[in-house]
Design a protein around this ligand. Structure first.
Ligand code: SF4
Length: 508
């Protein structure tokens, strides 16, 4: 069952119909704040009728022949698989050049497309770069107003909107769209079949000013913006009118200048209503304090995640994660003393310049944390470094897969010896994630082949064979002056600032 938290206009007179599509099943869609908020902003527009569809949708109110446009959310590299699947399900050709005037306009937005739209440019008629909530509706208004015009005429008009990339329009640069955050974005529809059942999620900050050199969540969303405190309080009250589950979201929620007061407010609410559950995704080590953890403990959260990224201070400096070992110890102690059951520590292997010494340091750190926090549930989660476009480490290639697998084996053995749980991402999948991240406009047939061959690891290898050497995308370190496929996207800060940062890391 769904509960709609905004005023729905059920008597729209529009004849423009849009599908707002999520490339995964219903339960995931209903836990995706960005997707639901975009849907709400379209649904509130008088000029369009909008319906949600998912990868597991069976029936729809509109038939595909009545649909003028489909908007896809694209948050994860592998989302293209379900996007292709959904297009085929409705008999829509995957490639935009094969779609005629009778086919709906297909567009997309989300972090993957904002960071580097080039591998996907043949599949979308237009792509929203950056914050979607306002320009999405500007674009759909054009689609509605120009109904009856040719697709190219509509797309030419849409290409005039700042922050929209129209592959057929010959644009030289597309500037990322950045909006002011005047209100707190929240889950506008609660569902008891959502992955996070009836969870009211609130975005209290967008972006992160810490600018760790690998972090796409930070660089894609600069400048960092905060929802106003008074509005956050109002939104908490709205959520708690409808559910007992509340979650705070943001690349780094704890950097909100009034984060402590937000926690205090929620803490007092929980005191009056102990059934309230509160959660947050992860905390920055240097921002953890008693009231934050007390609120989480009172709100029934058992564990919290902190990201240290690297075991040695030297490596943390390389990636601009300037936290000291002392801060890590103090944070774990604060978490333990204030009533949580455990902490999950997130780190990466394969960061540029990493040596065996850095790996040894992470083992020592883990051992010492265990010794000082007896009986406390400490676990580690490791992924491997993936260079992301539009970050200062975008030029760095990955360490070869075999070498990374050896590092991973070493850590697995050592963590087993010291009796601390550790989980590891798949090095091979991280490799292909890098290929996709740093991909270019020649990926059209490769991506279609991956999809047609089942999208498992073998499918990637097979699809790349005879087309390109994937090491050129994953392993090769790019020279600082070469053109990059995603140069068409203009972020804030621009490429020159990223270059300066890169030079400071590697050239001193
Ligand atoms: S603190 Fe976290 S969210 Fe912020 S830049 Fe660093 S890794 Fe990204």
């Amino acid at each position: 069952m769904e509960k709609i938290l905004y005023k729905k206009n059920i008597e729209k007179k529009s004849n423009c119909n849009i599908w707002c599509a999520f490339p995964a099943c219903y339960s995931f869609a209903m836990s995706s704040l960005g997707y639901l908020w975009i849907f709400k902003s379209m649904d509130e527009d008088e000029n369009i009728n909008v319906e949600r569809i998912y990868s597991d949708t069976i029936n729809t109110k509109f038939s595909v022949t009545d649909i003028d446009a489909i908007c896809f959310s694209f948050s994860f590299d592998m989302d293209f698989i379900n996007i292709f699947k959904m297009l085929e399900k409705y008999n829509i050709p995957i490639l935009s050049k094969q779609r005629d005037e009778n086919c709906p306009i297909i567009f997309g937005g989300g972090p993957v497309l904002t960071a580097n739209p080039m591998p996907y440019k043949s599949f979308f008629d237009f792509i929203v770069i950056g914050d979607g909530e306002i320009i999405n509706t500007k674009a759909t208004q054009i689609i509605s107003e120009m109904k009856g015009h040719s697709k190219q005429q509509i797309l030419n008009k849409i290409s005039e909107i700042d922050g929209i990339f129209v592959p057929s329009a010959n644009q030289k640069k597309v500037k990322k769209n950045t909006i002011k955050i005047n209100e707190c974005v929240y889950t506008p529809i609660l569902s008891d079949e959502a992955f996070f059942k009836n969870m009211f999620i609130m975005e209290i900050s967008r972006g992160c000013a810490n600018c760790c050199n690998f972090c796409i969540a930070s660089y894609l969303n600069l400048p960092v913006r905060f929802a106003p405190f008074e509005n956050i309080i109002k939104t908490i009250d709205l959520g708690l009118e409808h559910t007992n589950k509340i979650a705070l979201l943001g690349a780094q929620v704890s950097i909100h200048p009034r984060f402590k007061q937000i926690c205090e407010y929620i803490y007092n609410k929980i005191k009056q209503r102990p059934e309230i559950e509160m959660s947050i995704s992860s905390l920055r080590v240097d921002a953890v304090d008693d009231i934050i953890i007390k609120t989480l403990a009172a709100g029934h959260q058992k564990h919290v995640t902190i990201a240290i990224e690297a075991g040695s201070e030297r490596l943390r400096k390389i990636i601009n994660k300037n936290i000291t070992e002392e801060q890590i110890f103090k944070t774990v102690e604060t978490i333990r003393k204030n009533g949580l059951k455990g902490v999950k520590i997130y780190a990466m292997i394969g960061i540029p310049t990493e040596t065996q010494h850095d790996l040894d340091e992470i083992i020592t750190l883990a051992k010492n944390l265990k010794k000082s926090n007896k009986g406390f549930d400490i676990s580690f989660a490791f992924s491997s470094f993936v260079p992301k476009p539009n970050t200062p480490l975008q030029w760095c290639g990955r360490i070869p897969t075999l070498e990374l697998e050896k590092k991973q084996q070493f850590l697995k053995k050592e963590f087993h010896k010291i009796g601390i749980k550790a989980s590891f991402s798949s090095i091979k999948w991280d490799y292909w994630q890098t290929v996709l991240s740093r991909g270019d406009e020649n990926f059209e047939d490769f991506l279609i082949d991956v999809y047609k061959n089942g999208a498992k690891l073998g499918a990637f290898k097979k699809a790349a064979k005879n087309r390109f050497n994937p090491d050129d995308y994953a392993i090769r370190t790019y020279t600082i002056d070469e053109d990059l496929p995603w140069d068409i996207i203009e972020l804030n800060p621009g490429k020159n600032i990223l270059k300066e940062r890169y030079k400071t890391i590697f050239e001193g």
